[in-house]
Design a protein around this ligand. Structure first.
Ligand code: NDP
Length: 287
C-alpha cells in the first residue's frame, strides 16, 4: 500500500519538500506520496492529528509551526528537545506521535560532506536567535569550533540562547558568547570569523544584518540558511565585504529532508542528484 507523508506550514505553496521527497522515493524505490498542506496556526494541531488518523505515516513541519509540532508530540529525540522545536513527525505503530529535528544535522552535513568544510577550531558568528538558530546550535557546538558568537536584533533572545546552551558549550570546550547587534558594524569591537551563518529572516523584510569588513577572516565562509534562484541579499553583502566563499541553504534543505526520509523509511537517499536538480529548477525559474 502507498504510504502517505506531508509537509505542514503556512504559507506552504513555495515548499520544495514535495519535490525532494518524491525524488528520494523514486531513487530508492519507496512506495509513498508526499503532499504540501497549508495549515494556519488555529488549525495546525487538528490538521496533523487528522492526517495521522486517516493513515498518514509521517510529516515535516515548517514555519511557523515547529514549536507547536514538538508540543503535540508524545515523545521526542534529544535533539528536538534541545532545539525546543520539531521539523519531523513520525506516527508510530502504537499510535503515538514522535518528534525529531533534522535541521541541525542537515546544516552540518551540508557544510562538511557537500562543501568539505571542517568546523573544528573555527570561529563562528551566528546571526539570529529564532527557531532555526536554536535547531542548529547544539550540532554546531558538537562540531567543536573554537568559539561561537551569537548576535540577534533582539539581544534578550541571543542571551537566552547562549544561557540555555552554556552547559553543552562547556562540555565541548567551546567559547559561547553574544555580541550586541549594533556592534556588528564596529570594526574595533569584532574579532574576525571563519564562518558567518545567517539564520535570520531579514531578507524576507528586504534587509541584511549589519556587517563590517572586520568581521571576515581571510578565508571566511558566508552561509545563508535562506536560498534562492540568485544570491541572497546577505550573500551579496558578504561578497562585497570580503567573504571568500558564499553558500546558501539549499544543501541544508536537502540534507535535513534526507535525514527525515531515513527516520521514516530506514533508507538513506543520495542527496547530490536532488540538490543539483533543485539548483537547475531554481535557475530555470528566473530564465
Ligand atoms: P524565526 O521567525 O524563528 O526567527 C527569525 C530570526 O530572524 C530572529 O532571530 C529574528 O530576530 C530575525 N529577524 C527577522 N527579521 C529581521 C530583520 N529585519 N532584521 C534582523 N533580524 C531579523 O525564523 P527561523 O529561525 O525559523 O528561520 C530563519 C531563516 O532560516 C528563515 O529565512 C528560514 O527560511 C531559514 N531556514 C532554512 C532552512 C533550510 O533548510 N535551509 C531550515 C530552517 C530555516 P528577532 O529575534 O529580533 O525578531
Amino acid at each position: 500500500m502507498t504510504d502517505r507523508y506531508a509537509v505542514f506550514g503556512h504559507p506552504i505553496h513555495h515548499s520544495k519538500s514535495p519535490f525532494i521527497h518524491s525524488a528520494f522515493a523514486q531513487q530508492t524505490g519507496q512506495d509513498l506520496t508526499y503532499t504540501a498542506i497549508d495549515a494556519p496556526a488555529e488549525t495546525f494541531t487538528t490538521a496533523v492529528r487528522t492526517f495521522f488518523a486517516e493513515g498518514g505515516k509521517g510529516a515535516n513541519v515548517t514555519v511557523p509551526h515547529k514549536e507547536a509540532a514538538l508540543a503535540l508530540a508524545d515523545d521526542a529525540t534529544p535533539r528536538a528537545q534541545e532545539a525546543g522545536a520539531a521539523n519531523t513527525l513520525l506516527f508510530t505503530a502504537d499510535g503515538a506521535i514522535y518528534a525529531d529535528n533534522t535541521d541541525g544535522v542537515g546544516l552540518i552535513r551540508d557544510l562538511t560532506n557537500r562543501w568539505g568544510l571542517s568546523l573544528e577550531g573555527k570561529r563562528i558568528l551566528l546571526l539570529g536567535a529564532g527557531g532555526a538558530a536554536k535547531g542548529i546550535l547544539a550540532p554546531l557546538i558538537a562540531a567543536r569550533p573554537r568559539a561561537i558568537t551569537v548576535a540577534n536584533r533582539t539581544a534578550a533572545r541571543a542571551e537566552a540562547l547562549t544561557t540555555a546552551f552554556a552547559p553543552l558549550a562547556v562540555r565541548f570546550d567551546v567559547t559561547l558568547t553574544t555580541l550586541p547587534w549594533a556592534q556588528l558594524v564596529h570594526r574595533e569591537a569584532t574579532p574576525p570569523f571563519d564562518l558567518v551563518l545567517n539564520a535570520t529572516s531579514a531578507s524576507l523584510a528586504g534587509s541584511t544584518p549589519p556587517l563590517s569588513r572586520a568581521l571576515w577572516a581571510p578565508d571566511a565562509v558566508a552561509y545563508d540558511l535562506m536560498y534562492g534562484a540568485t544570491p541572497t541579499p546577505f550573500l551579496m553583502a558578504a561578497q562585497q565585504q570580503g567573504a571568500a566563499r558564499l553558500i546558501d541553504g539549499l544543501g541544508m534543505l536537502v540534507e535535513q529532508a534526507a535525514e527525515s526520509f531515513w527516520l521514516w523509511r530506514g533508507v538513506r537517499p543520495e542527496t547530490e542528484p536532488v540538490f543539483q536538480a533543485l539548483r537547475t529548477q531554481l535557475a530555470a525559474s528566473t530564465a
